[in-house]
Design a protein around this ligand. Structure first.
Ligand SMILES: [Zn+2]
Length: 108
């Protein structure tokens, strides 16, 4: 789960990606994982709770990588006109982590 590096508040991925929709080339970024991760790590996010700003790289690389896959898997997950993320990214990410854990356990 992503947390604000300053106040520790749990952050919703929907909100984080919506902040990134201000990038004009966001759609293009979804076509290239390396470019997406680079843009993510350099993007300045603002925490909705404490209002402090921080770089995306403070959130690590694993979850943004999964978010990239999810956004590509679910076409239409973003409403570009309204700058809204319709996909429940936070829930999907939690599910993804759970399935990975389950997979790891059953393989032992
Ligand atoms: Zn904060």
């Amino acid at each position: 789960m992503a947390r604000c590096p300053i106040c520790g508040e749990a952050l919703k991925w929907e909100d984080l990606i919506e902040q990134m929709l201000s990038l004009e080339n966001f759609r293009e970024l979804l076509g290239d994982k390396q470019e997406f991760l680079k843009a993510f790590s350099e993007f300045v996010f603002k925490c909705p709770r404490c209002g402090e700003e921080f770089y995306g790289k403070a959130l690590g690389e694993k979850e943004p990588g999964v978010v990239f896959e999810l956004l590509n898997d679910f076409e239409g997950g973003i409403d570009y006109e309204r700058r809204r993320v319709k996909l429940k990214l936070t829930n999907l990410l939690a599910l993804n982590t759970m399935l990975e854990e389950w997979d790891r356990r059953t393989r032992k």
